[in-house]
Design a protein around this ligand. Structure first.
Ligand code: PMP
Length: 459
């Protein structure tokens, strides 16, 4: 059937056909992955949810493929299938799997000792490199982006003496209590499904729609917000890009109200070597970044401006060194810093982004072309070496608008169809990430598979 949407004639998806195609693909997956199925069934008796971490159960086939090996942009499973990996560990492997410089640095450092509660030379190198990339002079380390964000919020509350945090609706910054909040009709509450929130999020958090400057101004007016924690573009409800002037106004409003601005570059590092902070000349007080910087090893970091560093160190009553709430015994360990150094020095370099971003452009152009050819009311958004398609005709302005276009059944069909044809997409998104090891041929494989998926869907 065709209908009018966003000023053009578009086709609608026949739901019965979608269900039938999905069922067919799920059965084909089950048949062709006997060893993964066997391991999955075995794991149910020892692992809660049958997987080492609950979100690994989210893959479209009903059970995950078990990995034999992952190298470059490819994953091989225990049934011998090889995949073009566009998920890349949901950004943890944006540097590609097992990049040679990281493998070598890890082996060398492991042989010299992994953790001694003492710094190594790599720490100084990495601090200098992060300062060069993001423009903030002083850095600290954590093992996850969640922790980097948690520590940033604590420091913001400490120096401002304010209790609240502001986040944008449908953000995700890891399992940070303050950020697991949502708003409906202007009322803040726990994000749907929030597991055991410690307190009602309205006590800790204000939530505003992305790109809503009036809402932001109103929320900051009371001067009770310690920190705005924001991704430069939302990336966890599909990609929602900032409108022109949004970041300038966000910075102006935060400065005017004495609110700190923390920019979470964990996913938006895709925009280039210094993330959006550098690509868009942002001027945050704090940058947090995790996942990709360790080349697959757990590592994260946060950087602060010179002015904020002064305010932090002036707080002589704050216990930054022991049990004050910031830290982690293994944070900044020699092994993870060796991995970060190798990743930044040799893998996620300027030259690498000069290759990966054009490949993401190619991905975007191919997917757009198919969408237009078959007249589906979908579109695709790109942010550096990351791209994501979505089931609505135009880009959303806010997280709430983006959330309205979620179609779980359609998502599942696109994912399992791709999986059955050797392409991995990130389970929570229709997101594709390009690593330095990804080739044009890999992108072309996805383009073909995507075209085939929509053709089969439309019949
Ligand atoms: N920040 C952002 C923007 C993220 O998307 C995520 C995780 N998807 C995190 C922080 C948390 O990362 P981690 O789960 O590695 O702590």
């Amino acid at each position: 059937m065709t209908v009018e949407a966003a000023g053009r004639r578009v086709v609608t998806v026949d739901r019965d056909r979608l269900s039938a195609r999905l069922e067919h693909e799920v059965e084909a997956f089950r048949q062709s992955h006997p060893r993964s199925l066997e391991l999955s069934e075995r794991s149910r008796s020892s692992l809660l949810f049958g997987v080492p971490m609950s979100w690994m159960a989210r893959w479209a086939g009903g059970f995950p493929v078990f990995v034999q090996a992952a190298n470059g942009a490819r994953v091989v499973d225990v049934d011998g299938h090889e995949y073009v990996d566009l998920c890349l560990g949901d950004t943890g492997a944006m540097a590609g799997h097992a990049p040679e410089p990281v493998v070598q640095a890890l082996a060398a450092q492991a042989a010299r000792g992994s953790t001694a509660m003492l710094p190594t030379e790599d720490a100084a190198w990495v601090g200098e490199e992060l300062a060069r990339r993001f423009g903030l002079p002083f850095w600290q380390f954590a093992l996850t982006a969640t922790d980097a964000n948690r520590f940033a919020l604590r420091l913001a509350r400490e120096v401002t003496g304010r209790g609240k945090v502001l986040v944008f609706d449908w953000c995700y910054h890891g399992s940070v209590d303050e950020a697991l909040a949502a708003t409906q009709y202007g009322v803040v509450g726990p994000r749907a499904g929030n597991v055991g929130p410690p307190v009602h999020p309205a006590l800790t958090t204000k939530v505003v729609q992305f790109n809503d400057l009036d809402g932001l101004e109103e929320a900051l007016r009371a001067k009770d917000v310690a920190c705005v924690l924001a991704e430069p573009a939302l990336t966890n409800i599909g990609i929602v890009l900032p409108e022109d002037g949004f970041h300038d106004a966000l910075r102006e409003l935060t400065r005017e109200t004495g609110t700190l601005l923390a920019i979470d570059e964990t996913h938006t590092l895709s925009a280039g070597p210094g993330g959006c902070t550098r690509a868009w000349d942002l001027e945050p007080d704090i940058v947090t970044v995790g996942k990709a910087i360790g080349g697959g090893m757990p590592a994260a970091a946060f950087g602060v401006s010179a002015e904020l560093a002064e305010r932090i160190t002036a707080r002589t009553g704050a216990d930054y060194e022991d049990t004050g709430g910031i830290g982690g015994t293994l944070a900044g360990n020699a092994l993870s810093l060796a991995a970060v150094r190798a990743t930044l020095e040799h893998v996620l370099t300027e030259a690498a982004f000069a290759r990966t971003i054009p490949l993401a452009e190619r991905f975007t152009a191919d997917v757009s072309e198919t969408i237009e050819d078959v007249a589906l009311p979908w579109h695709v958004t790109q942010l550096g070496c990351r791209a994501e398609y979505r089931f609505r005709p135009t880009p959303p302005r806010t997280g709430a608008e983006a959330a309205d276009s979620i179609d779980a059944e359609l998502d599942r069909y696109m994912h399992i169809h791709a999986l059955n044809r050797g392409v991995l997409l990130t389970p929570f998104h229709n997101m594709a990430l390009i690593s330095p090891a990804t080739t044009e041929a890999d992108v072309e494989i996805h383009s073909e598979v995507f075209r085939e998926a929509v053709k089969e869907l439309l019949g």
